[in-house]
Design a protein around this ligand. Structure first.
Ligand code: ZN
Length: 225
């Protein structure tokens, strides 16, 4: 068997490990479709060879397949993010994941955060949550699902807090950099003005020098008589 692997950089699918139902697709032959693919794939593939590269079917939405699971002519790869356990399981169908991924990408951090909190507020915190948690901050295997969920939300919340403060620090640094840049610009302007003044002084001195030389010439002429 020839070794075929998906050309998408972060995709590990080869013909040896591909899950059932996943097939490889060649790049389109029409120039118009190739340009569309190129626009999408230029940052997703480290190397793309139109005659040989293959893209696995995990990168195509369901709508791009016909009833025989053949790729339609207008198909373009649009799916590049997979959940962390990228091996497909029976409960984790690609169609479900695609929809969630697509919807998630439209939400911002604040929306997601409040959504998660609202959902979790409906689940009562186990009053004895601490007894379900191990010292390495994991849930004991026999813990109730609420304990698992609450540990997760608490971790998520903590992470959000860290990210928010990191963001605030980054913002401050950017502000400082902008201020420095402004100072450098003002300084540059001052320097340019100083150079202009100095040039003027040099010009004046040169003129004065010329006048003095003339005077010396006249005086020497007078003296030599
Ligand atoms: Zn792939």
């Amino acid at each position: 068997m020839v070794n075929i692997r998906c050309a998408v950089t972060n995709c590990k699918i080869t013909n040896y490990n591909k899950p059932p139902g996943v097939v490889f697709h060649s790049c389109p032959s029409s120039k118009e479709m190739r340009n569309k693919w190129l626009q999408i794939l230029k940052n997703k593939c480290s190397m793309l060879d139109w005659s040989r590269s293959k893209i696995c079917s995990k990168h195509f939405e369901k709508k791009y397949f016909d009833s025989q699971r053949k790729l339609r002519e207008n198909a373009i790869p649009t799916i590049f993010t997979f959940s962390s356990n990228s091996k497909m399981s029976k409960t984790d169908s690609p169609i479900e994941r695609t929809k969630v991924d697509r919807l998630l990408s439209r939400m911002n951090q604040a929306q997601l955060s409040s959504d998660i909190k609202n959902t979790f507020n409906k689940i009562k915190v186990p009053s004895n949550l601490d007894i379900f948690i191990t010292d390495d901050l994991k849930c004991k295997p026999d813990s109730p699902i609420e304990a698992h969920l609450w540990l997760l939300i608490k971790k998520q919340d903590y992470l959000n807090g860290m990210l928010t403060s990191q963001l605030a620090r980054n913002k401050k640094q950017v502000e400082t950099l902008h201020k420095n840049l402004d100072e450098i610009r003002t300084h540059k302007k001052d320097t340019e003005q100083n150079i202009d003044t100095l040039k003027y002084i040099v010009k004046c001195l040169q003129e004065k020098h010329a006048t003095l030389e003339e005077q010396i010439e006249i005086l020497s002429a007078v003296e030599s008589r």
